[in-house]
Design a protein around this ligand. Structure first.
Ligand code: OOG
Ligand code: MG
Length: 253
């Protein structure tokens, strides 16, 4: 593996950031540079720093590739995590202009509203203590890499393809969280169906894993943050012709 200087990490982050701002794809720069996952997370952090420097705020975390369907779709079979900022948030029922995107896809997710995170050294909080509410959610992903093709280091550096997210109404944690029916509709047509069971067998495990991985990287989840547990089905490509208005229904149980 190739070690990178802090300057090189920032340069890779700048290329990814500029690709996103321009809506123009770039080659798979992280894997081509031969970096490992740890360095790729450093690039992700530097990428988010750029957004924060423009005035965005961190509002949560997201998991990626927590379902088989997603792993198979992108050909990477490791669970990854990324960061959410307020600049990515789309109001429920809001409208997204796809013109600035490269090759957007939508995927159905489940979101947790965080109550509190354990202090460093404290044992992990029980799910019921850590999570205040649950909501259906949509994630908009948009890989900054040409042809939506990447390897593990690429997608980590690219903040796990995060581009936008919409959260439905928050509701109390349902008792059957580990097996809720999921339906993704695009323009009134069912595009994907599945179950929250596809998310690591139980989306609570995704939260556990996310808190562990982020904690290892020194990131502590704050009260009021959103946590996206990962898509329950494959993602659906959105073409500009397929105008997209995020709309999340109540549980289709
Ligand atoms: C990587 C992002 C994966 C999920 O929910 O699995 C992700 C990608 O598919 O480009 O957000
Ligand atoms: Mg996702």
């Amino acid at each position: 593996m190739i070690a990178m200087t802090a300057e090189e990490v920032r340069e890779l982050a700048a290329r990814l950031d500029e690709a996103a701002l321009a809506g123009a794809p770039i080659p798979q720069v992280a894997s081509q540079a031969g970096i490992d996952a740890a360095t790729a997370y450093a690039v992700q952090e530097a990428l988010i720093e750029r957004r924060l420097a423009r005035g965005e705020r961190l509002v949560g975390l997201k998991m990626g590739l927590t379902s088989r369907a997603k792993m198979a779709q992108v050909g990477v079979d490791e669970v990854i995590w990324g960061r959410l900022t307020d600049g990515m948030r789309v109001p429920d029922g809001g409208v997204v202009d796809l013109a600035g995107y490269i090759h957007p896809r939508a995927e159905p997710e489940i979101a947790f509203l965080m109550a509190r995170a354990p202090e460093p050294g404290e044992p992990p909080a029980a799910f019921a203590e850590a999570v205040r509410a649950v909501a259906p959610a949509l994630e908009l992903i948009d890989s900054r890499y040409a042809d939506f093709r990447f390897q593990l280091a690429d997608v980590i550096a690219d903040n796990t393809s995060a581009a936008g997210f919409a959260i439905g109404s928050w509701q109390p944690v349902p008792p059957d969280l580990e097996d809720l029916a999921v339906t993704l509709e695009v323009n009134g047509e069912v595009a994907e169906t599945g179950s929250t069971a596809a998310i690591l067998g139980d989306p609570r495990l995704s939260l556990e894993e996310g808190l562990r991985l982020a904690g290892r990287a020194g990131v502590r989840v704050r009260e009021g943050w959103v946590f996206l547990a990962g898509a329950a089905t494959a993602a659906v490509p959105l073409t500009p012709a397929r105008a997209y208005a995020p709309r999340s229904n109540a549980w289709a149980a």
